[in-house]
Write a new protein. Structure first.
Ligand SMILES: [Zn+2]
Ligand SMILES: [Zn+2]
Length: 80
């Protein structure tokens, strides 16, 4: 018996804004750049973890998990 946790999870779940905590980050015209429409902060999705220095492969920008370091879980979003 499996419940439908996987299917009910949105594939486009957004990461919360590191500044205001609201899930209003939107991609901009520039690749790897996002802007929070709530607090109007701009962020850059970096490929190297600012916390532990681990280099990450960015596979899918739409997935929240891909915006976190796979080693330490730090956010890969940096203020831009
Ligand atoms: Zn914000
Ligand atoms: Zn890290």
């Amino acid at each position: 018996m499996s419940d439908s946790v996987e299917s009910s999870r949105s594939p486009l779940k957004r990461a919360p804004c590191p500044n205001c905590g609201e899930p209003w980050l939107r991609p901009t015209q520039l690749p790897g750049r996002l802007r929070c429409v709530n607090c109007l902060s701009r962020f850059e999705l970096v490929s190297q973890c600012p916390n532990c220095g681990e280099h990450q492969t960015i596979l899918r920008m739409s997935n929240t998990e891909d915006m976190q370091c796979q080693s330490c879980g730090a956010s890969m979003l940096q203020p831009a």
